[in-house]
Unconditional design. Structure first.
Length: 26
């Protein structure tokens, strides 16, 4: 299991969560 893939996935999840939070805030 390459760490690069995991890091990328984590970043994507973080971005998604941020978008959801923004929508919820608005």
């Amino acid at each position: 299991m390459p760490t690069s893939n995991f890091c990328l996935r984590d970043e994507v999840v973080k971005g998604l969560a941020s978008m959801v939070w923004w929508l919820a805030a608005v």
